[in-house]
Design a protein around this ligand. Sequence first.
Ligand SMILES: [Fe+2]
Ligand SMILES: [Fe+2]
Length: 295
Amino acid sequence: MNSVHTQGSKAMTTTHAPDDLVIHPRNLRFEADEAHQRWWLNGDAVATAWHNALSITFPAGETFFIESVRRFQRDVPDELAKQIKDFAKQEAFHTREHNEFNARVEADGYEIASEVSRVEERLAEARKQHPVAQLAMTVALEHFTAIFAHSALKNPDLMEKTEAESQRMWAWHAIEEIEHKSVAFDTYAHVMRDAPARKRWSIRCLVFLNVSRNFITSRWIETRRLLAQDGITGWSARWKLLGYLLGKPGIVRRIILPWLAFLRPGFHPWDVDDRELIGEAQARYGFQDEAVAAE
Ligand SMILES: [Fe+2]
Ligand SMILES: [Fe+2]
C-alpha cells in the first residue's frame, strides 16, 4: 500500500458531501443527572451495559480516529483540511465528555479499568499498521458511528425514559457524528486517488468487514462483562443481549441495511442526506442557542 499514497497534487477528489455542509464543533459539557441511577438508560440493565461498553471505547477510539485522519491533513485540498480540523475538534470534545461519563460509570460501582486497557491494547496493535490501513479502519468505524447516530436520532423514543442529561449527551454526539461522517471517507478517497477504483473499493470493504467483526465481537464481550457485574450472567445474559440487539428494540437489526450500503462500489456517506435529523434533534434538546454561545 506504500505505493498508493502520493503527496503530489492537492486537486480535490470527487465528493458527494453537500456544498452547504457545516461541521460545527459544539463545546458542550454534560453533568450527572440529579436523580442519577446505575441503570441510567430507561432503567434497563442491558441497554445501559451496551451503551456503557460503547462509551468505554470512545475516548481511546476517537483519539485514534483523530490521529489517523490528521496525519493526512497537509496533503488534502484546503476545503477538506478545514473539515479535518473541525472533525478533530468535535472528536476531542466527545473524548472529554465520554471521559466524564465513564468516570460516572465507575462511580456507579462498575470496574471498567480492565476494559479500557483492552481497548488500548487493540489500538496499540492497530497503530502498527500502515497509515492508510489505519485511515481505512477509521473510515469503517466512522460509518458505524454515523449509522448508529442516524438510528438514535430517528428513534428518540428508544431513550424516552432515560435521564435527561444523558439523553442530551448522546444526542449531541449523534448530531456531530452525522455532520462529520464523510471526513475520514473523503480523506481516504483523496489519499487513494491514484489507485485503481477496484483496489480502493476492495481495501475499504475488506477492512470494513474485519472491523465490523471485531467491533461486534468486542462490544458483545464487554457488554457481557458489565452485565456480569450486575449479576446477569450465562444464557440469561446472552438471550437478553441478543434480544436487545436483534429483536426488540433491535439496536443492531436497525442498522443492517445502512451497514450493507457501505459495500456498494460508489458508496458515499452522503448518499443519504440526513441533516433534517440534526435540525429536529437540535430543536428537541435545545442545542441551537448553546451551540452559538459556544463559538
Ligand atoms: Fe465522536
Ligand atoms: Fe466520529
